[in-house]
Ligand binder design. Structure first.
Ligand code: G1P
Length: 276
């Protein structure tokens, strides 16, 4: 059973400055719910009950959000506004939040490693909250991935096709198709030049990782952008045949970019109020 979900949330979100000067980018709302709220809902739906958040300086709003606000609760109790807190109350009552700080921005691999004391030696999920994933007609992406994990019992990464010209923005995988939408990954490279990309299959911010990943991250040298990359640690697992790439069902918006954020907002607005 996968019970814990790690949320790397220490990044600066510079593309949204000045908003992200004092507001964590994970707190930017798609209509009424912050990005991280949707990520936590997705993890809960997938059966996880411990949310391990890797924060950094200036990210206290995240902890406050998942805590009780006595003053507000008191003020709106019994009023017409009270139902607006139903969703967040459900989250507070259904799971435990643990936090640790990443002191220096040394990359996604380093952020995952910082979460080791919160995770321990068990398989766990990772959600990058600014990769906003929605599946209208069935299971959320993480729930789909847990099913894949239960079958193959190795690391699972969410992948999707992107235009070849965009491959430089992602971790790109190479692999053998072993079933519908499922690949056994043989190689991967973080943010390759377009001409070096081994395919147009990009890693999306949804992972299920086996705990040996921590040891592998410790052995990884700084890679793309001079940072410790999770992709480089996963590549070692992949070379042993222990990584599955899963083309998930649903849509994904890059809410780390202004265009993606606006598209996600419009998409959710059109889906209707009950979705936000
Ligand atoms: C990270 C990962 C990359 C992945 C991407 C998905 O990159 O390192 O492999 O494709 O998330 O959004 P980032 O966007 O944090 O630079």
């Amino acid at each position: 059973m996968i019970k814990k979900c790690l949320f790397p949330a220490a990044g600066y979100g510079t593309r949204f400055l000045p908003a992200t000067k004092s507001l964590p980018k994970e707190m930017l709302p798609i209509i009424t719910k912050p990005l991280i709220h949707y990520g936590v809902e997705e993890a809960l739906e997938a059966g996880m009950n411990t949310m391990a958040i890797v924060t950094g300086r200036g990210k206290r709003a995240l902890e406050d959000y998942f805590d009780i606000s006595y003053e507000l609760e008191h003020q709106i109790k019994g009023s017409s506004k009270e139902p607006l807190l139903k969703g967040i109350r459900h989250i507070q009552n259904s799971c435990v939040f643990t936090y640790i700080r990443q002191k220096e921005m040394r990359g996604l691999g380093d952020a995952v490693l910082k979460g080791e004391p919160l995770i321990g030696q068990e398989p766990f999920a990772v959600v990058l909250a600014d990769d906003f994933c929605i599946h209208d007609k069935g299971d959320g992406v993480l729930k789909q991935m847990v099913k894949i994990y239960n079958k193959y019992k190795c690391s699972v990464i969410g992948i999707m096709e992107v235009p070849k010209s965009e491959t430089y923005r992602y971790g790109i995988v190479q692999g053998d198709i072993i079933d519908d939408n499922i690949l056994s990954i043989t190689d991967m490279v973080e943010k390759p030049k377009v001409e070096d990309a081994p395919s147009n299959l990009a890693i999306i911010g949804r992972y299920i990782l086996t705990p040996d990943i921590f040891k592998l991250i410790k052995s990884v040298k700084p890679g793309a952008g001079g940072e410790i990359q999770i992709t480089d640690a996963l590549k070692m697992q992949a070379q042993e045949g222990k990584v599955i790439g899963y083309k998930f069902e649903g849509v994904r918006f890059d809410c780390g970019s202004i265009e993606g954020f606006v598209e996600a907002t419009n998409y959710m607005y059109n889906r209707g109020k009950e979705c936000w």
